[in-house]
Every structure is written in structure tokens, then in C-alpha cells.
Design a protein around this ligand. Structure first.
Ligand SMILES: [Zn+2]
Length: 262
């Protein structure tokens, strides 16, 4: 899965709780009550992608992405500098690694104007899903697109990635003639998109094999130790990418063995 972390600053927690190290939040609002953009941290699974949006509009930018290095959990450990969330006794946390900065930060205000039609359409389509709609980071309010206050960790799917950044090619959009997403950044976003496709493929393959390694005699049936593998490596063959007939479910050991076989 892919999530969007939206925060004002980089200190956000400090120490090993600061930007790039994890996503975190209190478990309760001051005075009690949960908040969907905080409980979402518990849904984060190792290997998920987290996009980072930093700053306050009109200076909020997509700055890069990280990979979850573990599942989201609840803890009584505290960030060294929780600021206005110091009241909390328990926190949610999902650790991150491998922060990859975008070659060029992408300004959200520019996207709200250059991708307005696409984003409005996405918002309306999502809203129409009712109770199964995604928790997204923006709202369409009084004829304007704006960030939803407090939407700390929100859902992102392939359609929203496309609404924001286009289908992979750079977007030449704003009226001042500048480019919103450079070629390099566009290709980094394509990488994020591939990761998303890969994760979905892997989940479906594991399900298709009933969460069992398909190597003869292998007993591994714990989905944490299984991978959905492509028969033709997806990177070598664009036409076969995502094609279910090309999937095999292996445990980690047999996945390695399969690729090393002559
Ligand atoms: Zn196996």
C-alpha cells in the first residue's frame, strides 16, 4: 500500500522520531477520541511506501518517499519532543527507512491549480463511494481544493497518484511556464507506482496459492515469509508485468533459489 504523510516541519518529534525515521501520532485526541488519520498508522505494513508532504501552503511540497521498515504499532515510548501532543500517554508509530528525496520538490499549490480538474474528479468519485471511500488529504470546499486540517497519514492509490502527477510523463502546466514535475521526479514517481503494482501483484499471487510456498515439499505457509514472484522478471518484460499467469508463490529461501538456478 501507499500512504501520504503530511506534516508542517521536519523536527516533528525529534531524535529517532523525527522526519524520515518514522510516522507517529498520539493514539487519542486531547480530551479523548480517535482520529482516522492517526489510527491509519496501525495499517502500515513492512514494505509499504510513504510519500512525504512537508510545509504549510502555499509552501507545502512533496519532498520524497520512504519505505516502512516494520508494521505500525502502539507504544508507551514517547517522542523526545512531542510538542502539542505531549499530553498523550500512548503513541502510534511505524518505522521508516530508505528516504529517497525527489530530484525536485513538487509544490502542492501548483498541483492544486494545474491538476485541478483531475483532482476534483478524483475527490467526487471517491466521495461517492460512501463508507468505503479512502481517507484522502484534501477537500473540495467553497470551490477550492485545500488540505484537510490534521490529515496526518492519509490513503493514496494509483488513481490519486495519477490525478496528482499524471500518468508518468512530466507535466508542463502552470501559467508561468515552469514545469511542475521534472522528468527526473516523474521517473521517481513511476518507481513509486511500480512498487504499488508489485505489492498488489504479490498479495494476489499469495492468495491464489493459498499462502503456501509452491516448491515441492516445502511447508512454509506463513504469509510474512512468502513472496509473490514473477516468472518473467517484471523489469525485463513490460508486456508480462502484472499478468497473474506469470506468478509463483515462494518462501524467501526458495525465491532466492529460483532466481539463482541456471
Ligand atoms: Zn519454500
Amino acid at each position: 500500500m501507499i500512504y501520504l504523510e503530511m506534516a508542517r516541519n521536519e523536527a516533528h518529534g525529534g531524535g529517532t522520531w523525527a522526519f524520515q525515521n518514522c510516522v507517529w501520532s498520539p493514539t487519542q485526541k486531547r480530551g479523548g477520541g480517535s482520529w482516522p488519520f492517526w489510527t491509519k498508522i496501525l495499517q502500515v505494513r513492512q514494505g509499504d511506501t510513504v510519500l512525504h508532504l512537508r510545509g504549510v501552503s502555499p509552501n507545502a511540497h512533496f519532498v520524497g518517499y520512504s519505505i516502512a521498515s516494520g508494521d505500525g504499532f502502539e507504544t508507551t515510548r514517547r517522542p523526545p519532543d512531542p510538542k502539542q501532543w505531549g499530553y498523550a500517554e500512548r503513541f502510534y508509530r511505524a518505522s521508516l527507512s530508505g528516504f529517497t528525496p525527489f530530484h525536485q520538490r513538487v509544490n502542492l499549490t501548483d498541483l492544486f491549480s494545474s491538476r485541478r480538474t483531475e483532482l476534483e474528479e478524483y475527490f467526487d468519485t471517491n466521495k461517492a463511494l460512501g463508507s468505503s471511500k479512502l481517507n484522502v488529504f484534501f477537500v473540495r470546499q467553497a470551490g477550492r481544493l485545500q488540505c484537510l486540517n490534521g490529515a496526518y497519514l492519509s490513503d493514496m492509490d494509483e488513481a490519486l497518484l495519477t490525478a496528482l502527477f499524471g500518468s508518468g510523463r512530466p507535466i508542463n502546466a502552470p501559467l508561468d511556464g515552469s514545469t511542475v514535475v521534472s522528468v527526473e521526479t516523474g521517473s521517481q514517481i513511476s518507481t513509486v507506482r511500480s512498487r504499488l503494482g508489485q505489492a498488489k501483484f504479490s498479495r494476489e499471487i499469495k492468495k491464489m496459492y493459498g499462502n503456501h510456498c509452491c516448491f515441492p515439499g516445502c511447508q512454509v505457509s506463513d504469509s510474512r515469509f512468502l513472496v509473490g514472484s514473477h516468472i518473467a522478471r517484471w523489469i525485463d518484460n513490460e508486456a508480462l508485468r502484472g499478468h497473474m499467469g506469470n506468478g509463483l508463490c515462494f518462501c524467501l529461501v526458495h525465491d532466492k533459489a529460483f532466481w539463482r538456478a541456471p
